[in-house]
Design a protein around this ligand. Structure first.
Ligand code: ZN
Length: 421
């Protein structure tokens, strides 16, 4: 087994080396006329830095790209390419307000070139669509940040669920970022652990942005993706959501969020359902009045909906517990917290998604988990069954803008049901 793993590593290195060898071949950066040298070699002699050049002065503008290798830092990388150690230190200092060159990502590409006076130029990506351009001239670096225009391409996906939304969407080449955004938006209404049925339909429209030039400098970064529309049919429900100003809305302008979250934390696994069960600590069967989520200690716990903090302290077997009072006779309880958010107090108003505390193992608990209960008029209900949509909606000018946006979205050719005129 070990030998096979080693073989993979060796193969990966070999492929990586080949890749770099190909990329490193010189190519002109532009068709503009090559500037003639104003001063010959002796300029380097005059500045006293010639001895630091490991590479002989090159003629023409030789441009190539190198990739940050594991264990390499800016100095080892750039001195290897013919820059002096002083030039590298000066570059890091000059660039500091724009980029921290001490923290280069492994695999990040750097474009290096020299002009006829053997003055170096280094270009690299900061974020997707942003380039840091450093030109060395007369003993100093001139570092600027440039924006590369992006071109957005619209993609559509229609997926019929056979096993899971995630697997089936991946099989249809839907990017993972888009699947995650969609699941996050849908989690207000769908419990992906339980409620999925074969034959459910998932639709998505998203835009993928790409730089119009300098693509090689962004090869290590993910293209920006934006989900604009999604649809999910599940158990007779047909959710169609449209993103507008960063929030998902239903077609009628209602905010596509539930009144209360089914899952008030991210990255958790539902480990115990609502109803009868054997209690692991008490040792007998009793009604489980909430649902349990397993996640690492310290995972932030969110307010399931907007409301007022009614309790935020120790509460018997619940350990550290928070209770929030919501509208329409609803209350939510979060138990066994490791600690509370220091900023919350009884009587405070919280919005949906506000962090109220952190997952823990306090009170009568057999292991780290969140115990989550929802009450309606004093009686517990199964959080998974909540389907009450948020009562917030667009109105007036905002609603009119949304309607115009929707009409425009639906005027474009689309195969998706929720985008038909
Ligand atoms: Zn529980």
């Amino acid at each position: 087994m070990l030998s096979i793993k080693r073989w993979h590593v060796a193969a990966a290195i070999a492929v990586g080396a080949l890749f770099i060898a190909t990329i490193e071949s010189p190519k002109p950066i532009s068709d503009e006329p090559i500037p003639q040298p104003l001063v010959a070699f002796d300029s380097a002699w005059n500045t006293g830095s010639y001895a630091n050049y490991r590479k002989p002065p090159t003629h023409n503008r030789e441009t190539h790209i190198v990739y940050v290798q594991p264990g390499q830092n800016l100095t080892s990388l750039l001195t290897n390419e013919g820059l002096s150690a002083q030039q590298v230190v000066l570059l890091a200092l000059t660039a500091q307000p724009l980029i921290d060159l001490g923290r280069l990502q492994i695999g990040a590409p750097l474009e290096i070139s020299f002009n006829d006076n053997d003055q170096p130029r280094v270009r690299l990506a900061k974020e997707y669509g942003e380039i840091i351009d450093a030109i060395y001239e007369n003993g100093a670096w001139n570092v600027t940040k440039q924006t590369v225009p992006l071109r957005a391409e619209t993609h559509e996906a229609a997926v019929t669920i056979n096993s899971s939304l995630y697997e089936d969407a991946v099989a249809e080449d839907v990017p993972v970022t888009i699947i995650n955004s969609a699941m996050m938006a849908l989690s207000h209404f769908v419990d992906f652990q339980r409620q999925l049925q074969p034959g459910d339909i998932f639709e998505a429209q998203y835009a993928r942005s790409e730089v119009v030039r300098d693509k090689a400098l962004f090869s290590h970064l993910q293209n920006p993706l934006k989900l604009s529309y999604l649809r999910f049919t599940n158990g007779g429900e047909d959710y169609r959501m449209y993103r507008f100003d960063g929030t998902f809305y239903f077609e009628d302008g209602r905010v596509a969020q539930s009144f209360l979250l089914k899952t008030p934390l991210n990255g958790a696994r539902l480990t115990s359902h609502y109803g009868n069960r054997y209690h692991p600590v008490l040792g007998y069967n009793r009604q489980h009045k909430g649902i349990d989520f397993s996640a690492p200690v310290g995972t932030p716990i969110m307010a399931a909906g907007r409301g007022t903090i009614k309790h935020a302290s120790r509460k018997g077997s619940f350990g550290n517990a928070v209770i929030i009072e919501h509208a329409q006779g609803y209350e939510t309880l979060y138990a066994h917290l490791d600690r509370f958010n220091e900023d919350i107090d009884v009587g405070d108003y919280v919005s949906q998604g506000d962090i109220i505390g952190y997952l823990g193992n306090t009170g009568l608990s057999a292991g780290r988990h969140l115990h989550y209960e929802v009450y309606r008029n004093g009686r517990t209900i199964n959080p998974v069954d909540i389907k009450v949509p948020s009562d917030r909606r667009l109105s007036g000018v905002e609603l009119a803008r949304f309607k115009r946006y929707l009409a425009q979205l639906k005027s474009q050719a689309s195969e998706l049901a929720g985008l038909a005129p």
